[in-house]
Write a protein that binds this ligand. Structure first.
Ligand SMILES: Nc1ncnc2c1ncn2[C@@H]1O[C@H](COP(=O)(O)OP(=O)(O)O)[C@@H](O)[C@H]1O
Ligand SMILES: [Mg+2]
Length: 241
């Protein structure tokens, strides 16, 4: 099966530069210099095995979010190779029409954005959590089961009918994570997940992520908070050294 090989994540010698901002100002002959000057990632490699919990650390602007966007196939490397579960992930595969590739990949990887507002769009917490399983075409009773499991796991019973956009930051984060975990992904990628969370919400997050790793699943997150790295006993990857 696609994506079932090992290791789970393999980024090999990745080079990456953003091209959108100001690219039009550059004379044609300077394109290579421009890319080299603006490279966010140069010869970046990372391997994550199944069942690992890995923390990406490093200063602002070093490329942590970019690495996560590449893993989630929201950006594609200029050079080097990315394999997920042994399967090469390329722009051609992901963007090809009539392909189940992108859908299958996005069921395997749950991406929790740094800003929950970019992730939450349903009228109620319950519908937000049901959205992924519904898109996957699961039968109704399984959807209900998954929603109830997530409501319990994240202590969301009192918020079930509430509009996600009206919740507090910590509540939004719990709903955002619940809404990707309800698809039962192999990998959770979380961008600065404890940013702005109080102690109680951080404790819920740590408990959930530990449980996820305990059943053999994989977690990759970026953070500036060393306490959560220790609480999760995460392997540390320092970027920019
Ligand atoms: N969409 C974008 N267009 C152009 N440059 C970007 C874009 N997103 C990020 N960058 C730049 O890429 C670099 C790495 O950013 P990022 O991956 O967000 O770093 P980190 O998450 O470690 O703070 C920064 O210099 C940032 O300004
Ligand atoms: Mg970032």
């Amino acid at each position: 099966m696609m994506f079932d090989g090992d290791p789970l994540i393999e980024l090999s010698h990745i080079g990456f530069a953003y091209r959108d901002a100001g690219a039009g100002d550059v004379a044609a002959g300077d394109a290579d210099d421009y890319a080299a000057n603006r490279a966010v990632l140069a010869d970046f490699s990372l391997t994550v095995n199944r069942g690992e919990c890995v923390a990406l650390l490093g200063p602002n602007g070093i490329g942590k979010t970019t690495v996560m966007r590449i893993i989630n196939a929201l950006e594609f490397p200029d050079s080097g190779a990315y394999r997920f579960g042994g399967t090469p992930v390329t722009r051609e595969q992901v963007e090809s029409k009539n392909s189940l590739f992108a859908k299958a990949l996005h069921q395997r990887i749950g991406f929790v954005f740094q800003n929950s507002d970019t992730q939450l769009f349903c009228p109620s917490v319950e519908e937000e959590i049901a959205f992924g399983p519904t898109q996957m075409g699961l039968p109704d009773e399984q959807i209900v089961q998954r929603v109830n499991d997530m409501i319990d796991l994240f202590a969301l019973a009192a918020l079930r009918e509430r509009a996600p956009y009206r919740l507090s930051g910590g509540e939004k984060k719990r709903v955002a994570i619940a809404s990707v975990m309800s698809m039962n992904p192999d990998l959770l990628v979380l961008d600065e997940p404890t940013d702005g969370l109080d102690e109680r919400n951080t404790a819920v997050l740590v408990r959930v992520l530990r449980g996820f790793v305990d059943i053999g699943k994989t977690v990759l997150f970026s953070t500036h908070h060393h306490d959560i790295v220790h609480q999760l006993d995460a392997r540390i990857i320092h970027m920019g050294q």
